[in-house]
Design a protein around this ligand. Sequence first.
Ligand code: FMN
Length: 158
Amino acid sequence: MTDKYRPLKNAFGRFATGIAVAACRNGNGALRAITINSFTSVSLDPPLVLWCLENRASTYTSFMEADSYSVNVLRADQRAVSDHYAGYLPDPVSEDGFEKWATGAPVMKDHLAAFDCKVVARHEAGDHVVLVGQVLRFDCAEGEPLIYYASNYFQGTD
Ligand SMILES: Cc1cc2nc3c(=O)[nH]c(=O)nc-3n(C[C@H](O)[C@H](O)[C@H](O)COP(=O)(O)O)c2cc1C
């Protein structure tokens, strides 16, 4: 089946990005997470970030109902984690790969950077919703980033 959005996706995809996993807890306390590349820093004071969630994502209701989320930036060697939370592979990160920081959202212990955020705004925008979060705690580590460009991963030495 042809994808009528492929030409637009191809053009959007010429903007190279990192890859992150956004995570929250649903109403039953279950871990919900999704691979994203729409993460952007917004403001330093107050510290704000945003990312965009597709309306049709299986995690949509969980993120719409959660009052906090984490964004976990992946290292080059965490491609399997990206694939898993994009829905492609079995789980390489179990519940004990996450911990609680300031907000109660699940934060990945193993990360290049992590941001624990309180949701401060949700803006509907076409077939996505923009989730704006205030960073209550963050961390960053040394390492190579996992890069996404033109629908492909790049792992530092590529
Ligand atoms: C590299 C990459 C980046 C992605 N970025 C986003 C994103 O920013 N927002 C989003 O809603 N989905 C994004 N997706 C798609 C989701 O990770 C996921 O594949 C999609 O929501 C389908 O999952 P589901 O079957 O659980 O609904 C991205 C996927 C990949 C592989």
